[in-house]
Design a binder for this molecule. Sequence first.
Ligand SMILES: [Zn+2]
Ligand SMILES: [Zn+2]
Length: 131
Amino acid sequence: MDDLLKLPYWRCKPYVRPKPSETTEQNSRKRNSGMIEENLKRKKHKEQKKAKFQEKMAKEGVKPKYEMCVKCPGNPRGLKCGFLFCKACCRKRLEYDDTDCPGHRIYGKASREAHLKERKLREAVQVESAA
Ligand SMILES: [Zn+2]
Ligand SMILES: [Zn+2]
């Protein structure tokens, strides 16, 4: 082994991995706790930002440039949304309410399928006319 290390640097040398029992356990534990901390920090920061924004709105009595979503105060609602929702809430709405929202270009399952069928039909016609 020592002989190998004496070889010039341009020669390939074997790399000996440290034993897994020594390192991986420590590393993985460190990484996991670090990630949780990071997530918590990010979450806290987001909440602080939101609280600050709401405070500012209340204090100054300024109307926000955009109307806010009626479901969550953090996002501006879609200007053309018939449900006064932001896009995220509008998409979530589909889970219990299968109505289209043309303002958000969000369509329920029923009309999505109809749309798909229509498109397939149109494509078939195009292929036929091209041939
Ligand atoms: Zn919408
Ligand atoms: Zn929303």
